[in-house]
Each structure stands twice: as structure tokens, then as C-alpha cells.
Design a protein around this ligand. Structure first.
Ligand SMILES: Cc1cc2nc3c(=O)[nH]c(=O)nc-3n(C[C@H](O)[C@H](O)[C@H](O)COP(=O)(O)OP(=O)(O)OC[C@H]3O[C@@H](n4cnc5c(N)ncnc54)[C@H](O)[C@@H]3O)c2cc1C
Ligand code: SF4
Length: 316
């Protein structure tokens, strides 16, 4: 591991000021992803800003009737919150489908959104990887791609985003609140938060260097039946091959988002509009531009069948 300096900050303004004055600084929350990447020298921050004492660990009702989830709320606490379980059940279920109890006790809302891909070549520093080392190439294109993206990828990168929680946040139209190193605050819909890989897959979100996530806000509850179905190689401690998050209303309308298939959680307005016409219609919209590899083409059939099963369950 590379040497680094470490600092505990007490306010978001202090965190932002520290990020502004130190090039190569990174925030650390639960550390469950960042520390692993530092040990492998994939992440090499010069300075760690520990944000755990910022007091951003409460879940509060908003004036609009939604919830404001502090950036430091642990995954376990968010999944167990009575209001989340009742009104945003898809979020609770997505969180509980992720990692393990111990990891969820430590992992935070902001850290979960910003976790890095699980592409095996991203972790293997002997292999070319445009995400780890821009311009070096992509070993996955001709390599082991069973877990990787079938849609929304590029010639530079076919990695998937590993978060379960982010899929539910996208489905719920959540908004990420941030503060920049210059003190300016922003509100970014999760739908606009993640970038497509394009030619710059190392840039995964629209956050600026040193921009701190302070909270994620949920709009008022959408009602309906909430389902999160994750298909994976093992029943626990495994990332999604395909996951489906759905909210279906009694009249057959609703919304659907997928995890495990793209560089970011995957949802399209036209697919939501197709929901009353059934799983095939939704699938056709979501995967019209699919470009699987020979190794992961099975994910398309898996996605279609998982979606059909979820919609059948929701309507029952
Ligand atoms: C064995 C294992 C299995 C797993 N399985 C799953 C799974 O099935 N599904 C799933 O979704 N996840 C899974 N995870 C990932 C886990 O959910 C993430 O590691 C965790 O959510 C990251 O949160 P953290 O607080 O520990 O982030 P950290 O490791 O502290 O940080 C992650 C990133 O977020 C940045 N960051 C943190 N807080 C802020 C902030 N407030 N503002 C700006 N940047 C910030 C950090 O700088 C870093 O870049 C697994 C992890 C492991 C180790
Ligand atoms: S798919 Fe992306 S993360 Fe994986 S090796 Fe290629 S560039 Fe790297």
C-alpha cells in the first residue's frame, strides 16, 4: 500500500476545504471498498479524509413527504428503517440482497453509490484496463466476460456497476445532494449521476474531484407492489448476474430498472411506458441496443425471464 496521510473532519465545510487544499485526497466512509482497492494499489490517494464524524447519519422526513437519507447512514440501518420498509420496500430489499450482514453494518449510503466495478481485470494490475489505467486497453473484450455488461457499454469498457442499492435508488427517482470544494451545493438525480463508459470509463459519475455527497433524497412514496429480484451464482456474497427492481401499480403501470447488465443501473422511460403491454414489450425497449459477448449473451434470456417472473409476481 502507498503511504498516505489521514485526517478526521467534523463538518461538511471542513471536508470540502480539506479536499480543496490537498491534490489526490479521497473521502473514506465505511472503507469496505476503498481499503481493498488501496491494498491492491488500484486507488492511490495521497490523503484520506475520514467523513464518519460529519453527523450525516440520520434519516429524516422531508417537507414534500419523502425521506432524506444522510450520506453516512449504514446499509443495515437504511434497510431496517420502518418507513423505508413500508414505503420504499424495493430499497430495503435491494440493500438486503447485497454483500453480507457484517459488510452492510459498515457500508454507507454514499460509499455504496460510489463503489467501483467488480470486473476481474480491473483488479488484476497485470492486465490492461482502461478504467484503472486510461488508454491501456480492455482485457475483458477478449477475455472472461461472464459477469460483464450486455447493454450501454463501449469499445473501451464493458464493466458493470455492482451496486444493488443504486438500482433501487434509480427506480425511486432519488436525488443525490452534494457540496463542492468551493462550498456550492448541488442536487443530482440518480438518473443523471452515472456516466456511460464512452472513451473515458475511468470517469464513472458526474461528481467533481473533492465533491462530497451529503445525502440522498427520496420523493414521496409511489405506492404499488415493490419487488427486487437478484439472480447470482451463489445465494449470498455474490454480485448480480442480473437484478430487476420493479414497482407495479394495480392498474398495470409502473417502472422497472435492471442491475448487473450495464455500466450503470439501467432504466429507460420508454420501457416504463411499455409496462402495461407485458414483459416482452419492456424487455424489447430496455435491450434493443444490447451487444453481448459470446460469454455473457445468456444474460439477455436471463433478464427476459427474470422480468417476466417479477411482473407475474407483482400482478398476482
Ligand atoms: C465481499 C464483498 C461483497 C459485496 N457484495 C455486494 C453486493 O452483493 N451488492 C452490493 O451492492 N455491494 C456489495 N459490496 C460492496 C459494498 O456494498 C460496498 O463496498 C459499500 O457499500 C461501500 O460503502 P463504504 O461506506 O464502505 O465505502 P468506502 O469504501 O468508504 O468508499 C467507497 C468510495 O466512495 C467514496 N465516498 C465515500 N463516502 C463519500 C461521500 N460522502 N462523498 C463522496 N465520496 C464518498 C470514497 O472516496 C470511495 O471512493 C460487497 C463488498 C464486499 C467487500
Ligand atoms: S471491462 Fe472495463 S473495467 Fe474491465 S478490463 Fe475492460 S476497461 Fe477495465
Amino acid at each position: 500500500m502507498k503511504a498516505f496521510t489521514y485526517e478526521r473532519v467534523k463538518t461538511p465545510a471542513e471536508a470540502a476545504a480539506s479536499a480543496r487544499k490537498t491534490a489526490g485526497a479521497k473521502f473514506i466512509a465505511g472503507g469496505t471498498n476503498l481499503l481493498d482497492l488501496m491494498k491492491l494499489e488500484i486507488e492511490k490517494p495521497t490523503h484520506l479524509i475520514d467523513v464518519n464524524a460529519l453527523g450525516l447519519d440520520s434519516i429524516d422526513a422531508t417537507a414534500e413527504g419523502g425521506l432524506r437519507i444522510g450520506a453516512l447512514v449504514r446499509n443495515t440501518d437504511l434497510a431496517a428503517d420502518a418507513r423505508v420498509r413500508r414505503d420504499y420496500a424495493v430499497l430495503s430489499r435491494a440493500l438486503l440482497a447485497g454483500a453480507s450482514g457484517q459488510l452492510r453494518n459498515q457500508a454507507t449510503t454514499a460509499g455504496n453509490l460510489l463503489q467501483r466495478t467488480r470486473c476481474p481485470y480491473f483488479y488484476d494490475t497485470n492486465q490492461p484496463c482502461n478504467k484503472r489505467l486510461p488508454g491501456s486497453g480492455c482485457a475483458a473484450l477478449e477475455g472472461f466476460s461472464r459477469q460483464l455488461a450486455v447493454v450501454g457499454a463501449s469499445e473501451a469498457c464493458i464493466a458493470t456497476h455492482p451496486s444493488d442499492m443504486a438500482v433501487a435508488m434509480l427506480l425511486l427517482d432519488a436525488v443525490v445532494e452534494t457540496v463542492n470544494p468551493d462550498g456550492n451545493e448541488r442536487k443530482i438525480p440518480v438518473a443523471d449521476f452515472y456516466r456511460a463508459p464512452g472513451t473515458t470509463p475511468h470517469l464513472e459519475t458526474i461528481l467533481q474531484p473533492g465533491e462530497l455527497i451529503t445525502a440522498v433524497t427520496l420523493p414521496p412514496p409511489a405506492g404499488g407492489t415493490h419487488i427486487y429480484r437478484k439472480v447470482r451464482d451463489r445465494a449470498s456474497y455474490a454480485f448480480a448476474l442480473v437484478s430487476v427492481a420493479a414497482i407495479v401499480q394495480p392498474d398495470g403501470t409502473g417502472r422497472v430498472a435492471f442491475g448487473g447488465v450495464a455500466h450503470k443501473p439501467w432504466r429507460l422511460e420508454e420501457a416504463d411506458a411499455a409496462l402495461p403491454y407485458g414483459a416482452q414489450a419492456v424487455y424489447d425497449k430496455l435491450f434493443a441496443s444490447a451487444q453481448p459477448t459470446p460469454e455473457n449473451a445468456f444474460k439477455l434470456l436471463l433478464a427476459k425471464r427474470t422480468l417476466a417472473s417479477v411482473l407475474t409476481e407483482a400482478r398476482a
